[in-house]
Design a protein around this ligand. Structure first.
Ligand SMILES: C[S@@+](CC[C@H](N)C(=O)[O-])C[C@H]1O[C@@H](n2cnc3c(N)ncnc32)[C@H](O)[C@@H]1O
Length: 283
């Protein structure tokens, strides 16, 4: 049933946008000298070797992080992302969200990493160990269930990354149900949901992301989406881009992300463009 392996996609354009945004959220939490808790519901293997046979199969990183790795960035968020990535790229690795969180968090902060796939969980455990991280909690469990069981954190500062593979159409509803339950017990939760933009070829899944975002925006919290498309949405395009729905975004994350995307979108291809859209706000 579980067949998705993120190694095939490590460092692609979708990872770049997702990890930039996740770093923006964490860096904002770090502005206060108070502990926070991070939850990664779908962690994957944590760290990816770009020259192993999985990542090297389609070399998706070549149309993602490789396109921007050597630019001299102006956006502070992009500078921070590239500096972190280049540490890993120098040894032919790409950091997954667990490696990024582990690098950024401070000793007082807590990190919960959840992964359901037994082999991916084992790789995740190994990756955190190789990074010298014996503080983070690596759980072999369903991320939706684990998130509800482990929230709210004490103190109640922190953020959640929800990054399912969307292999099953039901995962779109699972995201909404989990976000709703978390917000009911932890109103301030900052939640970042990744989603694919799929063409007609995906059948029932085409348009499911847009519907999910509308439902998330109706949960009564400030929320925006950022979508990056890298090709035209023709019927058989497949995944023509990806997006993030950010609930309770930190102050100015929209501005900070726009600055970074202004710089990188033109480098992701002639047809690449982005769109940031507030679905609901406080004011
Ligand atoms: C897109 S990958 C995660 C990538 C990772 N967040 C990153 O950015 O580096 C999705 C992962 O979720 C795992 N997965 C699928 N269903 C799950 C569930 N219900 N709970 C936890 N993990 C799950 C898959 O095995 C896969 O490793």
């Amino acid at each position: 049933m579980l067949s998705y392996q993120h190694a095939f996609h490590a460092g692609n354009h979708a990872d770049v946008i997702k990890h930039l945004c996740w770093m923006g959220v964490i860096n904002h939490l770090k502005k206060k000298n108070k502990p926070f808790t991070l939850y990664d519901t779908h962690s994957g293997a944590g760290l990816y070797q770009l020259d192993d046979e999985l990542a090297a199969k389609n070399k998706e990183y070549e149309s993602g992080v490789d396109k921007i790795a050597t630019i001299s960035a102006s956006s502070p968020l992009l500078q921070a992302y590239l500096s972190l990535c280049n540490e890993f790229l120098s040894v032919k690795q790409y950091p997954g969200s667990p490696a990024i969180s582990a690098k950024l968090k401070r000793e007082m902060d807590v990190l919960h990493l959840m992964e359901l796939h037994p082999a991916e969980h084992e790789k995740l455990d190994d990756a955190m160990w190789k990074m010298g991280d014996d503080q983070s909690h690596v759980h072999h469990r369903d991320g939706f269930e684990g998130l509800i069981a482990l929230t709210p954190p004490v103190p109640n500062r922190g953020a959640v990354l929800i990054d399912p593979p969307y292999e099953r159409a039901s995962e779109y509803q699972d995201v909404v149900k989990a976000a709703k339950k978390v917000l009911a017990r932890w109103q301030q939760a900052q939640i970042v949901v990744w989603y694919p933009l799929l063409s007609e070829r995906a059948g029932a899944k085409s348009g499911a992301s847009q519907h999910m975002c509308e439902t998330l925006s109706a949960l009564g919290k400030p929320c925006f989406t950022i979508e990056v498309t890298v090709m035209e949405n023709t019927a058989d395009a497949g995944m023509y881009g990806s997006g993030l729905c950010v609930i309770n975004p930190p102050w100015q994350l929209d501005v900070i992300m726009s600055e970074a995307l202004d710089e990188i979108t033109p480098l992701l291809g002639e047809q690449a463009s982005y769109n940031l859209n507030w679905l609901s706000s406080d004011d």
